[in-house]
Design a protein around this ligand. Sequence first.
Ligand code: IPM
Ligand code: MN
Length: 377
Amino acid sequence: MKARKDIYQIAVLSGDGIGPEIVEQAVRTLKAIETRFGHTFQLNYVDFGAVSIDHNGIPFTDQARNTCLASDAVLLGAIGDPKYDNDPTIKVRPEQGLLQLRKDLGLYSNIRPLKIYDSLKEISPLKMERIENVDIEMYRELTGGIYFGEKSLNEEGTIASDLCTYSVMEIERIAIKAFEAAQKRSKKITLVDKANVLETSRLWRKVVQRLSVNYLDVETKYMFIDNAAMQLIVNPSQFDVILTENLFGDILSDEASVISGSIGLLPSASIGDNHALFEPIHGSYPEAKGKGIANPIATILSVAMMMDYFDLAEEAEVIRVAVEQVVNAKILTPDLNERDCFSTQLVGEIISYLVEDSSLSIECSFEKMRSSLLTII
Ligand code: IPM
Ligand code: MN
């Protein structure tokens, strides 16, 4: 957590696909917070991802890096473009930029909370009774493991390898964060690994077992990744904090997200010792680009996590309450409300009115939105 200040520098990396649209709505929320609480968020926009490859030849330029390093926080939309996905021979890819950014800023701990809204329970792919009391916080290690190990392809192009490496230090620093989080929550932690097969997983277990002695108020459990993938569907409410390595966390968090009804609801914070980045967990959804159908809520909730990081708890709460209000009023994009859906912009606009003035009813914010539409026309 950062010390409070009057002016916050925020690097804004809108990225690709729906990135700019969802970030625009998150920025609207930031502006509403500024108006209501008197902070100043100075936004510094930089190219990132496929857009940056188009403009600069690489996904993450030195200028972008310097802007991020000099900021109090980074707000990221999404990256990725289909033109890179189906051609394995391409050497420069948008995702390399994201990995480089995480590494350069030392963002080793990726926090992905999963919350279920009562009013959305019926659209979860899981039966209602299974998702009662689901409240999970995933701690995914973000700067190590197979994502960052040495990669090789032999000359004939017939044998490839990706090395998975973890050190005690890398495991310890995120495990401590996860234990501390568990202490503030339901005091349960599950380390997800594949310790029956992988040496790295055995090291994770050893380190976590050793640390667990310092957190006797927390119940520590160990689960293999294959079982955890199943348990998330069969009995998700057994989990509180899930601690896991990079690749397992990537896969498990997408799986967990759909329990809520849509991946478009899940925010994330990637935190290191000196820097922090906030982004939705979903991708750039290129098919939806420019259509106004992308869900801005995951990005807006990522702004709430940014407020927590700035030690602005009330601001964070105001955002979460506003989101809950629109969710309950079914003011939602088509991923959550196919028949009577609202656009990305309208959902973002109504949330921003509610953030600016919590005493406003949904009906009034709706009226405000309609009159702003009339003014535009
Ligand atoms: C995520 C994404 C990234 C990851 C991709 C875009 C490199 O899927 O943040 O979960 O695998 O970490
Ligand atoms: Mn992912």
